[in-house]
Design a protein around this ligand. Structure first.
Ligand SMILES: Cc1cc2nc3c(=O)[nH]c(=O)nc-3n(C[C@H](O)[C@H](O)[C@H](O)COP(=O)(O)OP(=O)(O)OC[C@H]3O[C@@H](n4cnc5c(N)ncnc54)[C@H](O)[C@@H]3O)c2cc1C
Length: 315
């Protein structure tokens, strides 16, 4: 059984990606004394990428891990209390809300900001992990530009995969699209767009065997799962678009979510169905999924929390 040791804090932020650190910067500057728990991936998803070129303020681009060190330093300089630890359970039965950390202690908070992000789903190949950031990516909007005028491949069959394939088709020479079955899951209109794009080549019943290349992606070996025939296709970039998993399991049953686990917020705000609990970043956004949008909603969450605490006389 978890220990009953309890600490009371004013504002608790769960997660240390762009959303969490931005919420921490705003909350600290508003004197809300935020305590932030980083989770198992301090810095969030950008710590597993290389170059980030689309975050404003870095004209030369920046390495993802380095950018997140900047976020952390800025939050710390403003006075945020940043701690290593994982939220393992919540009890949102009554206020102040309770969050268990590392199955060891409980934190009570007047307001909670959930910024636990989402994780891209991967195929599980060794080469995919080894070449991640060196031609392998889970985000066409983030990394498509690096492959302008080159041949790339994408795997996935849903609406997001179709959208990403179309996005890549505007930048790249040829987009090879691998689909496991003999049909796509994407909506009819998206399928039509993909199938009519002159430079998207669709391969049905096709599995990815291995991504090839020593230091960067050079080709992909695919197998037709009906005929077992394999072929190698030279490419420079390999995009995985088989879905994302929001990190929201511990909030199930407490916070309203959609069928895939994305936290529902009141449009135009970061408010959840529970007064005093706010959600920011990818955990509540399956649409944009960018560092700058996550940071923007982190700012909104801190402002929403500040207004909430003021309205309750708790500020
Ligand atoms: C390979 C790759 C490349 C990308 N490149 C770009 C790019 O170039 N430009 C761009 O704008 N976007 C890019 N993105 C997308 C961008 O990384 C995300 O949109 C952004 O990081 C989302 O921020 P977030 O704060 O919502 O969550 P995340 O970055 O997902 O961070 C979530 C945080 O929550 C923590 N956490 C999770 N569960 C718990 C828990 N139970 N307790 C405590 N903490 C918890 C994690 O440890 C982590 O710190 C890329 C994504 C990937 C995967």
């Amino acid at each position: 059984m978890a220990s009953e040791a309890t600490e009371k804090v004013h504002v608790l932020i769960i997660g240390s990606g762009p959303a969490g650190y931005t919420a921490a910067i705003y909350a600290a500057r508003a004197n809300m004394k935020p305590v932030l728990y980083q989770g198992i991936q301090p810095g969030g998803q950008l710590t597993i990428t290389t170059e980030v070129e689309n975050y404003p303020g870095y004209p030369e681009g920046i390495q993802g891990p380095e950018m997140m060190v900047h976020f952390e330093k800025q939050a710390a300089r403003m006075g945020a209390d940043i701690r290593y630890g994982l939220a393992t359970k919540v009890d949102f039965n009554k206020q102040p809300y309770r969050v268990e950390i590392d199955e060891e202690k409980w934190i009570e908070a007047d307001a909670v900001i959930i910024s636990t992000g989402a994780s891209a789903k991967w195929l599980g190949l060794e080469s995919e992990q080894r070449l991640n950031g060196f031609g392998v990516s889970a985000c066409a909007v983030c990394d498509g530009f690096f492959f302008k005028g080159k041949d790339v491949a994408i795997v996935g069959a849903g609406d997001t995969a179709a959208e990403e394939a179309l996005y890549l088709s505007k930048l790249c020479t040829t987009v090879h699209m691998f689909i496991r079955r003999d049909q796509m899951r994407a909506s009819k209109v998206m399928q039509d767009r993909v199938l009519n794009a002159p430079n998207i080549k669709v391969y049905w019943n096709t599995d990815t065997d291995e991504i090839l290349g020593e230091k960067k992606v050079e080709a992909v070996r695919v197998k037709n799962n009906q005929t077992n025939e394999t072929q190698e296709i030279p490419i420079s970039g390999f995009f995985v678009a088989i879905g994302h998993q929001p990190n929201s399991d511990i909030f199930k049953g407490w916070i309203d979510m959609d069928e895939t686990g994305y936290i529902k917020t009141i449009p135009g705000t970061t408010k959840t169905n529970l007064e005093g609990v706010f959600a920011a970043g990818d955990v509540q956004d399956k649409n944009y999924r960018q560092a700058v949008t996550a940071a923007g909603s982190g700012c909104m969450a801190a402002l929403d929390a500040e207004r909430y605490l003021t309205s309750k006389g708790l500020a």
